[in-house]
Design a protein around this ligand. Structure first.
Ligand SMILES: Cc1ncc(C[n+]2csc(CCOP(=O)(O)OP(=O)(O)O)c2C)c(N)n1
Ligand SMILES: CC(=O)[C@@H](O)[C@H](O)COP(=O)(O)O
Ligand SMILES: [Mg+2]
Length: 632
């Protein structure tokens, strides 16, 4: 077992190169066994085993800087840089991060999680290197999916123009999470399928040069033919016109070819783009055949002896993403104006069935959130009803477009904000905890969140019926609470909260996913003689001012609870309202996510860490009840 002896790239380099295939096999087996317990991004990592081995074998991390785009495919890098023994804690609370993490290792020179940042960061590092007069390599590794991100294209434009030494590795496996999309993807496909062109080219040159005397001239002529052919059809002309030397396509699972190509890249001055062709899920047939399904595997996968992981389904409550997808289908069946948009999260957003049923009204635009946001705006100007499905964390990428294009023009776009709140194992780069704050300050926005999966479908319908500008319905990752789903849709009055339980001693105003916790806290308070009113807030904008006025008249202290940033969130809206009304003495406590990044782990641990627990809600409320109201 070589892998057990490898605790650093130096250990790897001590191995004879002919041992690398064995190490690759050991790594694959390790990944499948370890991830069948912890879960994680299996297919992407199986696809970069040879690539990562060759990078660490040839180059000198951390002096040479590897920048992993998205970073979900950096497990092999972590295995080779001293973290093998931490893998049982992968993506768990206070365990190994599922993405590069600078405080984990000096080999993690750049933190990722969101796509398409590697090239910009690489350019920053290369310019800094040159200004400091250093000579290390800068090597961003970007996937074909990530390359569709606008930032990546902005960086290519800058890098190609500046001509600094950067070796861009394009890991092209034809997949994003779903099959990759777009014109760039098709272009790469042409390059991939003409791989034999490069073989023919080398053979022709070799043969011509063997012909005595005339051969040299003919080889030069052939060179010109080769260049025109290459230029015309199959070379990386797009990248070359942007100022890169294009090398490849090279088989990303052939260690010798990879070695040769990367050595050639290393000898080449200026920006180089190495087009590496890989198979997502390589080495485990089910993942090769269903790379989308095995992009991310959960803890509930069981390792089948020698066959890797197998899906095990459980009878959990319905997933919010499923309710979203079903609601989208139902709306589309009723109204031809309804179209669905996703920036590369078709499966995650529960839209596969919708895409099957309405292929002409379903748009996966690739990892292109800025474009997706304004694309939705364009559709709305023409009277269509765009349903824009986007994870809370990825909406951060389309923020200017949300303000400038959708809200400012008061366009009827339904913004379905998925993964709102803590997301668990993906951790700090993916927490959906800022959207309440960053949307609330945008004029014309309406923001709502359901207390459960049944109210979610009613909010989808409410959003569809709303036609006075953009409306956001946010919903959590994972499953609902297991309530019955109504057969008929109901329209919810905009800005109207729902009183779930009466009480005059204290009011718990819970937003969305926090309602079940508030109900349990009220039970706990009742056992202590405190009668707590529980309110399903439903709206963070506009807030239910009638209810706030009533609570003020009653003199009932308020605890607001939200799984989002306390700064600028729903609780802030309540405080702002009372401040604007110049109401003195109103007692309000806000419970939410504090002003720091909550790392990876399970959602319960993350909630516990920040005090979003039944106990904390109850104790906070208890302390606010005036002594005379506390019963013995
Ligand atoms: C800004 C942003 N949008 C969406 C995602 C979700 N996401 C994670 S990995 C991925 C696909 C990446 O495809 P590629 O770069 O080709 O990597 P591969 O998994 O194929 O190795 C997507 C869409 C993200 N991490 N960041
Ligand atoms: C790496 C990445 O950004 C995606 O794979 C993300 O982890 C998907 O999140 P969900 O598992 O919540 O769909
Ligand atoms: Mg890919």
């Amino acid at each position: 077992m070589h892998l057990e002896q490898i605790n650093s790239p130096e250990d790897l380099k001590k191995l004879p190169v002919e041992k690398l295939p064995d190490v690759a096999e050991e790594i694959r087996q390790f990944l499948m066994e370890s991830l069948s317990v912890t879960g994680g991004h299996l297919a992407s990592n199986l696809g970069v085993v040879e690539l990562t081995l060759v990078l660490h074998y040839l180059f000198d991390s951390p002096k040479d800087q590897f920048i992993w785009d998205v970073g979900h495919q950096a497990y092999v890098h972590k295995l080779l840089t001293g973290r093998r023994e931490d893998f049982p804690t992968l993506r768990q609370y206070q365990g190994l991060c599922g993405f590069p993490k600078r405080n984990e290792s000096e080999h993690d020179v750049w933190e990722t999680g969101h796509s398409s940042t590697s090239l910009s960061a690489a350019m920053g590092m290369a310019v800094a290197r040159d200004i400091k007069g250093e000579n290390n390599r800068v090597v961003p590794i970007i996937g074909d999916g990530a390359l569709t991100g606008g930032m990546a294209l902005e960086a290519l434009n800058h890098i190609g123009n500046e001509k600094r030494d950067i070796t861009v590795i394009l890991n092209d496996n034809e997949m994003s999470i779903s099959p990759n999309v777009g014109a760039l993807h098709k272009y790469l496909g042409r390059l991939r399928t003409h791989r034999h062109y490069h073989k023919v080219k080398e053979e022709v040159e070799y043969l011509l040069k063997k012909i005595p005397s005339v051969g040299g001239t003919m080889a030069a002529a052939a060179e010109r033919v080769k260049d025109s052919l290459k230029f015309l059809v199959v070379s990386g002309v797009l990248f070359e016109k942007l100022g890169f030397t294009y090398l490849g396509p090279v088989n990303g699972h052939n260690l010798d070819e990879l070695m040769e190509c990367l050595k050639q890249a290393d000898r080449t001055k200026g920006p180089v783009l190495v087009h590496v062709v890989t198979v997502k899920g390589k080495g485990y047939l089910p993942a090769e055949q269903d790379a989308e399904g095995y992009h991310g595997v959960g803890k509930n996968y069981k390792l089948e002896a020698n066959k890797g992981v197998k899906k095990v389904t459980t009878d959990e409550p319905v997933k919010y993403a499923k309710v979203f997808g079903d609601s989208l289908i139902r709306l589309a069946e009723e109204d031809k104006r309804v179209v669905g948009i996703t920036p590369a999260m078709l499966a995650g957003s529960g839209m596969n069935a919708f895409a099957q049923q309405f292929p002409e009204r379903c748009f996966d635009v690739g990892i292109a959130e800025q474009h997706a946001t304004t694309f939705a705006a364009g559709l709305a100007t023409q009277g269509l009803k765009p349903v824009f499905a986007i994870y809370s964390t990825f909406l951060q990428r389309g923020y200017d477009q949300l303000i400038h294009d959708i809200a400012r023009q008061k366009l009827n776009v339904i913004v379905a904000v998925d993964r709102a709140g803590f997301v668990g194992a993906d951790g700090e780069t993916h927490q959906g905890v800022y959207d309440i704050a960053f949307m609330r300050c945008v004029p014309n926005m309406v923001i709502m969140m359901p207390k459960d999966e049944n109210e979610f479908q009613h909010m989808m319908y409410t959003a569809y019926r709303y036609d006075d500008g953009p409306i956001a319905v946010r919903f959590p990752r994972g499953t609902g609470v297991g309530v019955e789903m109504d057969a008929e849709w109901q329209q919810i009055p905009i800005g109207k909260a729902e009183v779930l339980r009466e009480g005059r001693d204290v009011a718990l105003l819970a937003f969305g996913s926090m309602v079940p916790l508030a109900m349990k806290a009220a039970d706990q308070l009742a056992r202590e003689g405190i009668r707590a009113k529980v309110v399903n807030a439903r709206f963070a904008k506009p807030v239910d001012t009638e209810l706030l006025d009533q609570l003020c008249e009653e003199g009932t202290p308020i605890v607001t609870i939200e799984e989002g940033s306390s700064i600028g969130g729903f609780g802030s809206a309540v405080l702002e309202y009372y401040a604007e009304q110049e109401i003195q003495g109103m007692s309000v406590k806000t419970l939410g996510v504090p002003d720091y990044y909550v790392e990876h782990g399970d959602v319960d641990s993350q909630r516990r860490e920040v005090g979003l627990t039944v106990e904390k809600i109850a104790s906070t409320a208890y302390a606010m009840v005036p002594l005379q109201r506390r019963r013995a």
